[in-house]
Structures are given as C-alpha cells and as structure tokens.
Design a binder for this molecule. Structure first.
Ligand SMILES: Cc1cc2nc3c(=O)[nH]c(=O)nc-3n(C[C@H](O)[C@H](O)[C@H](O)COP(=O)(O)O)c2cc1C
Length: 352
C-alpha cells in the first residue's frame, strides 16, 4: 500500500480523542470480511492508537475446521480489511501478525501513527468492502475483464500466497470431482450436517451471523464441470429463485486455487489477507467470486489436491471467478458486539 505523505496530523490530544472513532470505523469495515459459514470468528480490542484482533474460538467450526485453519483465514481477511480501512482514513497501518506466542488467538496488533494520503486504488478497493458478496452458483458466458487475472495473481503474491489458475480441462474436472466427493461425504456425516444447520438460519431469522437463505439459490445451479455449492437449504426449500433463465448447465467460470508454501497459522492468516485482497479486486473489476472449501475439510481430499493440482503447495481456498448479476444478501454483527476497550489483558501484553 504505497502512499504519499499528508500534511502534519492533528494535535496529540485531538488525535487521542479520535483514536476511538478511528477504531470504530476500522472495526465497522472489518466485520464485512468473509468468514467460513459467516461465523465472524473475531473480536477486537482498542487501546490508544492500536487495535488487537483476536480469533473467537467459541465460533470455530469444531467438526469442519478442528485445527482452526478456516477460522484463521477468516481473521486474516478481517485483518486485511482493517489495514485497508486505515489506509482509506489516511493512516499508515503497522501490523504485527501473531505477535505473542503465548496467545495463539491474538491474530494481529495493528497500530497507526503516521499519515499518508490513500491512493485511488486503495479507495476503490475500500469501496467494495460492503458491496462484495460471495456468489453461489454458475456464471454468464461472458469473459472476465482483461487484466483481472494478472492483477489477482499479483495481489495474492503480496501476502506470500499464490493464486493458481486451474485452466487445463482435465485438472478442472479433477478439482470439480473433489468438490463433488466432499459434498457426498458431507451429506452422509450427521455431525457435519448438524454443524452446518446451526449456521444456516431459517427465512426471516433476525440473526446477524450465519448464511441467510437470500444468499444461496433454492435449487442447486449446475455448472460444467459441476462445482456443487454447499447445501445450506438441506431440503427445506429455502433460498433465492434462479438468477437467470439461461439453460443449465451454466458456466463454472475460471477456477483457481489459493495456496501457501507452508501450512502454519501465519500462512492461514496470510491466505486470508490474500483472499480478501483478491475478492475486493475482483469486485472492483465487476467480477463475482464463488468459494468452495468443502474438499479442504477432508484430509485425504485436501492432500490429493495438494499433490495433484498444486505442485505440493498447501491449498487454502478453491475459488471460481466469473461475470453475473448478483442478488445475494448477507448479514453482520454490529461493531459494538465485537469491539471492546483494551483492558488489563491488552495492557499486560504490551508490558511483557
Ligand atoms: C475460509 C472461508 C471458507 C469459505 N468457504 C465457503 C464455501 O465452501 N462455500 C461458500 O458458499 N462460501 C464459502 N465462504 C464464504 C462465506 O460463506 C461468506 O463469506 C459468508 O457467508 C459471508 O457472506 P459474504 O461473503 O457474501 O459477505 C467461505 C469463506 C471463508 C473466509
């Protein structure tokens, strides 16, 4: 995030008063990061000109995500959003990721004291934070905007991740087959089904988390090859009417894997940062993105994707990019639910 220096900031007293307001703006944006099952597995504390971002282990998917990998990816996406929000306010974020080995849930500390004007690109990305929606289904037969894939690859690389386009027909079919296999296995596993049902509220629910019925199609939209979406409705008839009257199967779009060279919590957080950057860039270009982590939640399928489709690198997300008019909705908890003043916990950290 390159930037041009701004004139000197406000006097220290005003800057102190403003810190709470800044933190609120940052958290209000960060909660719009994507998260697995929209669990929003994060909480924030603020103290002075510093926000601490914690993973909220009570929101971890203990069946689908026992290692907390997807929880950390989600928090990484929130971290990228927090940094981008600070840039949009004209601050230079200083982030330290996993700063305390004794606190594995402390994902990052982000502080800001220097100012610099945000670039047009940063403002454009920030403008997508609330607009962007996860797409679930097929795409129109319209090509992606020129230059998008190169920009996405470059964006992922900034966080040490790699966006690998799966273009070859055979590999695309193998990736689709892994998702189909995961969907079949998921449907036969009552613990997984029950866990997903807990994050799939009924129509009209007032819940501010989980995947609402107006964010997925009522009838599975088949693509060629078929990349099945998660079955949030589970036979209850919930969901949106078809997006288009075009005959099925619809286009699967451009399939890709987001991978990292290693598979430690720091890699998961970086993958999350890369994910959110990629999603916001795609949205800024007018493209939609579908996510499929179903096969990465089964060790054997993840391993076969790693060895056969990603040159031994660790797959963190499966993505599909395409063009479509989206009507999906989403929900978030209000910032006050996830933000608290940095109490003794945070102070003791800084004195260690
Ligand atoms: C780690 C991770 C895994 C995800 N896996 C899937 C998935 O397998 N299928 C899906 O439809 N969405 C997936 N999503 C998207 C979330 O469901 C989505 O971000 C959340 O419901 C909020 O909706 P929004 O992105 O439209 O704001 C995933 C998101 C993250 C961060």
């Amino acid at each position: 995030m390159a930037a041009t220096p701004l004139p000197e900031g406000p006097p220290a007293r005003l800057a102190l008063l403003a810190a709470d307001e800044i933190a609120r703006c940052v958290v209000a944006a960060s909660v719009w990061a994507p998260s697995v099952y929209n669990t929003q597995p994060w909480r924030f504390t603020v103290g002075g000109q510093r926000i601490s971002l914690y993973a909220d282990a009570e929101r971890q998917l203990m069946v689908a995500d026992p290692d907390g990998r997807e929880m950390m990816i989600s928090c990484g996406a929130a971290l990228f959003t927090a940094r981008l929000a600070l840039r949009s306010l004209g601050y230079i974020p200083q982030a330290s990721v996993l700063p305390d080995l004794d606190q594995p849930l402390l994902v990052a500390r982000v502080s800001w004291d220097q100012r610099a004007a945000s670039t047009g690109f940063e403002q454009k990305l920030f403008g997508q934070v609330r607009q962007r929606r996860t797409h679930r289904g097929g795409f129109d037969l319209v090509p992606l905007p020129p230059g998008l894939l190169a920009t996405l690859r470059e964006g992922a690389a900034r966080h040490g991740a790699m966006l690998r386009i799966v273009a070859d027909d055979g590999r695309r079919a193998a990736l689709a087959a892994a998702i189909q296999a995961a969907e079949r296995a998921q449907r036969l596993d009552s613990e997984r089904v029950q866990e997903m049902a807990r994050w799939a509220p009924a129509p009209g629910s007032a819940r501010a988390d989980g995947v609402p019925p107006d964010s997925y199609p009522a009838r599975a939209e088949h693509t060629d090859p078929d990349f099945p979406g998660r079955d949030f409705a589970h036979g209850r008839g919930w969901g949106l009417p078809p997006l288009s009257s075009a005959p099925w199967p619809r286009s699967a779009g451009v399939a890709a894997l987001l991978t990292t060279a290693h598979d430690r919590p720091v890699d998961w957080i970086n993958a999350g940062q890369a994910l959110q950057r990629v999603l916001l860039i795609a949205s800024a270009f007018g493209a939609a993105v579908a996510l499929h982590t179903q096969p990465l939640e089964f060790g054997s399928l993840r391993e076969s994707i790693r060895t056969q489709l990603s040159d031994g690198a660790y797959p963190q997300l499966v993505l599909r990019f395409g063009m479509v008019i989206q009507t999906a909705a989403s929900v978030r908890r209000p910032p006050d639910d996830v933000l608290s003043a940095g109490g003794s916990e945070d102070l003791s950290i800084s004195h260690e």
